[in-house]
Design a protein around this ligand. Structure first.
Ligand code: DQA
Length: 144
């Protein structure tokens, strides 16, 4: 069965407790359970990873193909707007990456309007809350 690596970036471990007006009440565990359920329906496997550390995310991306993953689903969170390192890793890995965001980053502060990741991702889904992840997983599964 094809495997998709799901990466949640910094502060997403706080979902459900953090800025509920923007990110909602759904916690990361609930999002992960819904991803596992959807993966079952799509006939793929997901591996779920969250990190607050840029280097750990870079390493995970570098190892993805070797570890048998066919695609990556990533919410780079704040690193979306700052990380050349994560962008370069996605550029390097030779498997497709789908970028997702809970909030609509283009409807928020100006500094969130630029994604360094978008130009190297296969596509981006932004603004549908936890559903962004489900839509992103469907998109990633469709690419492999
Ligand atoms: C986010 C949007 C980012 O701008 C922010 O830094 C996050 C979450 C989202 O899912 O809406 O941490 O990636």
């Amino acid at each position: 069965m094809k495997k998709i690596l799901v990466i949640h970036g910094p502060n997403l471990n706080l979902l459900g407790k953090r800025e509920i007006d923007i990110y909602g009440k759904t916690g990361l565990d609930e999002i992960n359970s819904s991803l596992e359920k959807e993966a079952g329906a799509l006939g793929v496997e997901v591996d779920l990873f969250q990190s607050n550390h840029e280097g750990e995310i870079v390493q995970k991306l570098q190892d993805a193909k070797q570890s048998g993953f066919s695609a990556v689903l990533i919410n780079p969170a704040a690193y979306t707007h700052t990380s050349v390192a994560i962008r370069d890793a996605i550029s390097a890995i030779e498997i497709p990456a789908v970028e997702v965001h809970l909030s609509n980053i283009y409807a928020r502060e100006e500094f969130r309007h630029t994604s360094l990741i978008a130009p190297v991702a296969s596509g981006q889904i932004s603004g549908f809350g936890p559903r962004s992840y489900i839509l992103g997983l469907q998109a990633a599964a469709g690419l492999i």
